[in-house]
Design a protein around this ligand. Structure first.
Ligand code: ADP
Ligand code: MG
Length: 727
């Protein structure tokens, strides 16, 4: 499959390489048709109707080149004739470009919208694919992703030459990487046959069987890569941190003001058991906003400290890191005051380390980490970047996983010297099953499905300004009511607003705007810096209002957050910096302006900031998108359920899949063409089991050269080497 195309294809090989990055036999046979034209379903010219999208096979009878009347350039006017003798006009605008392909005598598939010109039906600038004799006898015509320089049919010819479909044999040796036993059990076609049939199907069943088999290749490639990655991750020994009775963790549990939920206890036990082992834990805890993940993380860190190790906790933003440090200190009380007057027995100390610390404070923090003085170090990504030395790092906690990539996870695993640290990753974004099995497939997963008791319900309402502009005023009346009742409110905008249009987007929030579905014609999204003054002077006059966004200096951000926590502020006008981790139980109202600009999971995440106390929360999703648009449907979905897992699945369905699977493969051309996280859940699950067994029995894949190659095709040779080096 890795052999070059030149010897088989000659000059065409150069074109394939230059136009489509197709270099090897493998590249070419994995360049699958985009669609098929089913001859049985073609329309005759006589049967065409105005306005329909039609596909016909016809002969080019006559061509005339004309200058365009109102524009520069030429147009090619063509008369087409089908087998029954009926004729149809077609017009191509870039006459000079297409005249090489379209001349009298050429038979081709034409598809496009049927329009009318001079009272006659015509196809205007249709897609076309010239046919050759080989196509004439086949029930399906394969249509390939092509470019202006190489047509679909030329590609088809190359593929046929390589696979030599005509005599049924294979000019190129195709060895099947899948173990025969697997193929038999799953009823999968042999690879050579599947490849021939996906390119040249004889029937629909043929095509489905071929596709199913090729999906398996991709699923197994991914799962093998993940199994190898898991294997590599645990290959380095870790420091065992068994629980120690009567020490810090027990003291903490004794002062906990609530009882852990059954879910917290269960997940806590899983983690405690993992930490006691001599190989590193790699565990992801997923649980909705407010499910109580922080306590779980803290208890894990205390177990590490009890074992004489340090723990590091990473947060995605400085605000959040500072807040974590504060809330950990509060929860621990005297247990976090090691070295201070009044410290408890077994006490440890917490150090905050972020990029914005002054030079002196930073030196002190680094020293605390290095000397082991700090039992727990809380920080941002700066912790990774600054080559912080730890005395004895035993556990790394990564909060809010969705902002961390696989590489960052790996970078962290590398800390900790000869012993790899245990790794605990926490996310509030529920992860659909298939995503868990792929993108996060190198992690064990624990789920918190229920919230602690005593939480009040959040009611979510869409405020559709397009139909009900008067509701805008009532939003602010509602906010005033909450404040009058002694509560607080958030107003969230998609944008900071700035003099510099270059960075309209909040730096701490790279996701925004990515999935807004406007064509750029809409007004710019609401901005914190524009909305806040209007509220102060208008509907929220007299309330204590402050702003919060990612571009404020960290200490200013911190001061605002603290003032809000202490209820010295009524309303916070903010960007999504508040999306993660902000915990002010007295906040009961959230107004999200231009809510359609946010993703589903993000809205869910944002809304989790209210209703954290005993008073019921209200979330208003404000939009001016008209009813019955996709944007409005998404908002209705968020208003319709508080189940994060349901929304996560929906989010996956709405997102382009490539975005999800693409994140597994950093910066290389994807080896995944057919695998879908929506459609192939069953296959992915089965492939995971097979891959686990195979890697367990053959850790270096030395007895499975075909599978070894498959992993390379899936994640690239470098990644593969990175996993296998560690065996
Ligand atoms: P998450 O990080 O999962 O969003 P947190 O850990 O911040 O959630 O917990 C949210 C709030 O719930 C915190 O104030 C925390 O002290 C509280 N909490 C956590 N566990 C429980 C529990 N078992 N019972 C009552 N309150 C809890
Ligand atoms: Mg949290």
């Amino acid at each position: 499959m890795l052999s070059p195309l030149k010897p088989v294809l000659g000059k065409a090989a150069e074109l394939l390489a230059k136009q489509l990055e197709i270099h090897t036999v493998g590249d070419l046979v994995r360049h699958y048709p985009r669609r098929y034209v089913d001859r049985g379903k073609l329309t005759d010219i006589a049967g065409l109707e105005l306005g329909e999208h039609a596909t016909i096979i016809a002969l080019v009878e006559k061509t005339t080149m004309r200058d365009m009347r109102n524009r520069r350039g030429t147009m090619l006017q063509v008369v087409l004739r089908d087998e029954k003798g009926a004729t149809l006009d077609a017009t191509f605008f870039n006459g000079h470009k297409v005249k090489h392909f379209i001349h009298p005598g050429v038979r081709a598939v034409f598809s496009g919208k049927v329009g009318v010109f001079n009272k006659k039906l015509q196809l205007t600038h249709p897609q076309f694919d010239p046919l050759d004799e080989a196509d004439e006898i086949r029930p399906f015509i394969s249509v390939y992703p092509a470019t202006g320089k190489i047509t679909s049919q030329e590609i088809a010819r190359c593929v046929r030459q390589v696979l030599d479909v005509r005599d049924g044999g294979g000019r190129v040796e195709v060895t099947d990487p899948l173990p025969g036993s697997l193929r038999q059990r799953e009823g999968l076609a042999e690879l050579g046959r599947a490849l021939r049939r996906i390119h040249v199907p004889e029937s629909e069943a043929d095509y489905h069987a071929a596709r199913n088999r090729l999906v398996w290749d991709e699923a197994l490639g991914v799962q093998l890569a993940l199994a190898l990655r898991r294997q590599a991750a645990v290959s380095k020994p870790a420091a065992a941190c068994p629980p120690r009775r009567g020490a810090l963790l027990d003291a903490f549990d004794a002062r906990l003001p609530f009882t852990l939920t059954p879910g917290q206890q269960e997940v806590g036990a899983e983690i405690a058991a993992d930490l006691a082992l001599r190989h590193p834990m790699n565990r992801l805890v997923q649980g909705d906003v407010g499910a109580g993940k922080t306590v779980i993380a803290l208890r894990a860190m205390l177990q590490a400290v009890d074992a004489g190790r340090q723990a590091a906790m990473l947060a995605p933003t400085e605000t959040l890191a500072a807040q974590h440090a504060r809330s950990l200190r509060t929860m621990l009380g005297p247990l976090a005051q090691a070295g201070e007057l009044g410290a408890a027995e077994h006490a440890t100390s917490i150090t905050l380390l972020t990029g914005s610390l002054g030079a002196k404070a930073k030196r002190k923090a680094l020293l605390d980490a290095q000397s082991g003085e700090a039992g727990i170090v809380v920080g941002t990504h700066a912790l990774i970047q600054d080559r912080v030395g730890f005395a004895e790092l035993g556990l790394v906690v990564v909060d809010e996983q969705h902002r961390f990539g696989v590489e960052q996870r790996d970078a962290l695993r590398g800390r900790g010297g000869d012993l790899a640290p245990h790794m605990l990753v926490m996310t509030a974004t529920p992860i659909p099953r298939t995503v868990a099995m792929t993108v996060y497939g190198d992690l064990q997963i624990s789920s918190l499905r229920e919230l602690p008791e005593g939480r009040s319900p959040i009611s979510t309402t869409v405020v559709p300004l397009a139909e009900k502009p008067s509701w805008f005023a009532s939003i602010w009346r509602r906010v005033r009511e909450e404040v009058a009742a002694g509560h607080q409110a958030y107003v969230v905008c998609p944008r900071v607003g700035d003099v510099d249009p270059q960075d309209l987007i909040d730096t701490e929030d790279p996701d925004i705007g990515a999935d807004s579905d406007d064509g750029g014609a809409r007004r710019p999204p609401m901005a914190v810096l524009e909305v806040a003054p209007k509220l102060v002077e208008g509907p929220l006059e007299g309330l204590r209002i402050a702003i919060l966004h990612g571009k404020m200096p960290p200490d200013e951000k911190d001061a605002v957050m603290r003032a809000f926590e202490r209820h010295e502020l009524d309303v916070l006008v903010a960007t999504t910096v508040i999306e993660v981790g902000v915990d002010v139980p007295n906040a009961t109202a959230m107004v999200i302006l231009d809510a359609d600009r946010f993703g589903l999971s993000q809205l869910h995440q944002l809304r989790g900031r209210v209703g954290r106390g005993s008073a019921p929360g209200v979330c208003l999703l404000v939009t001016d998108m008209p009813a019955a648009t996709a944007a409005r449907e998404r908002l209705d979905a968020v208003a319709g359920t508080t189940d994060g897992f349901v929304l996560a699945q929906l989010d996956l369905e709405l997102r382009r899949e490539g975005d999800v699977l693409g994140s597994m493969q950093s910066g290389r051309r994807s080896g995944l063409r057919l695998l879908s996280l929506l459609k192939h859940a069953e296959i992915i699950a089965k492939a995971q089991v097979y891959a686990g067994d195979i890697v367990e029995q053959d850790p270096g894949l030395v007895r499975h050269p075909g599978l070894f190659a498959l992993v390379g095709e899936t994640v690239g040779d470098e990644e593969r080497a990175a996993y296998l080096d560690k065996v």
